[in-house]
Design a protein around this ligand. Structure first.
Ligand code: AQP
Length: 325
């Protein structure tokens, strides 16, 4: 079976963008692929995190994986920092990465505010650590949202560069991006992607938001000028809300447009809130029923399984590069 790898940072509470862009796809893939899903805590600390919160969020993200339908009997679930080979391979890949390649990364440019003066070396190197995550497991496919495609391109380049220089060790992976939901936009700013570390909570709908929070956030979501409920690229706010409605409610955009032909934004938004609440209810029931200690045990077992593959790859890499083991 082809190997799949992906991860999410425990940098906030996961939102419906993370679910629709990535995790939903993981659940389908685990039936006919060998899947490895990671909580990427080393990536999260590339920007400042409160240590107590980070610990809490790391377990929360794992619980979200499980509540969304990732089955630990089918897939390996673990925490990135539990498998030391991620950091080890990142160092080796650093030695074949060129500085301008990282300077081009749009995520770095977006996150390194204040003229990059406050940005850490870790934030700059984020894509190399991500390449290490993927290449360690000789991954074939990486299910991600659209924002991560540039990082996967760099991963492919590094794999090819390494293989050309030191011999065929790495599999060259490809990004698996869903057609719909690959880029869910912020509710308060439909030009930028929904983001869990956005300044305002009105940017995102968290997977753990209460029904009242969902209703309030959708009520406050920005809309475009005009009255008609139609999907159009020049109405980005409405297009985003229609996409969320369609994906979480299981109806086509055409059907939703027809349903609201003679209705306005208020009716549309009221119903959309209920669609989101109905999606979240069973998810949150499963999430709340999970026991933290059992989840920690799943993560420890997952790390053991991941380490078997990771240490084998590192051994090949060290030999190829000329490092004594
Ligand atoms: N808005 C989005 N629409 C679709 N997919 C998205 N993803 C993130 N935002 C959207 C996908 O979710 C996965 C996990 O993301 P991540 O936590 O590793 O980092 P990120 O892409 O930087 O996500 P956030 O929510 O914006 O987090 P912060 O604010 O902490 O940086 C990835 O597959 C991503 O593509």
């Amino acid at each position: 079976m082809e190997r799949i790898f992906s991860g999410v940072q425990p940098s906030g509470v996961l939102h419906i963008g993370n679910y629709l862009g990535a995790i939903k796809n993981w659940v389908n893939l685990q039936n006919d692929h060998q899947c490895i899903f990671c909580v990427v805590d080393l990536h999260a600390i590339t920007v400042s995190q409160d240590p107590k919160e980070l610990l809490k969020k790391t377990v929360e993200v794992a619980k979200i994986y499980l509540a969304a339908g990732i089955d630990p009997k089918k897939s390996t679930i673990f925490v990135q920092s539990h498998v030391k080979e991620h950091a080890e391979l990142a160092w080796i890949l650093n030695t074949i990465t060129k500085i301008p390649e990282l300077e081009r990364m749009t995520q770095f440019k977006d996150k390194a505010k204040d003229g990059k003066k406050e940005a850490s070396m870790g934030l700059f190197d984020y894509p190399v650590l991500m390449a290490a995550d993927i290449l360690l497991y000789k991954t074939v496919g990486v299910p991600v949202g659209e924002d991560q495609v540039q990082h996967i391109e760099l991963t492919r380049d590094l794999a090819q560069r390494f293989n050309n220089k030191f011999g065929e060790i790495f599999t060259v992976p490809k990004a698996l991006v869903r057609k719909e939901g690959a880029r869910i936009m912020g509710l308060d700013d439909p030009i930028k992607k929904m983001s869990k570390s956005a300044a305002s909570q009105y940017n995102y709908i968290s997977l753990t938001d209460s029904p009242d929070d969902v209703r309030e956030k959708i009520k406050k979501a920005v809309t475009d000028s005009g009255k008609e409920i139609v999907f159009s690229q020049d109405k980005p706010a409405l297009a985003n809300l229609l996409t969320i409605y369609s994906l979480l409610g299981g109806q086509t955009i055409k059907d939703i447009e027809a349903k609201y032909k003679d209705k306005g934004y208020a009716d549309f938004k009221k119903d959309l809130a209920e669609v989101v609440v109905e999606f979240l209810e069973p998810f949150q029931e499963k999430y709340n029923a999970l026991d933290d200690n059992e989840v920690l045990e799943i993560l420890r077992e997952g790390a053991k399984k991941a380490q078997v593959i990771a240490s084998q790859t590192m051994s090949e890499v060290k030999k190829a590069v000329g490092l004594i083991e």
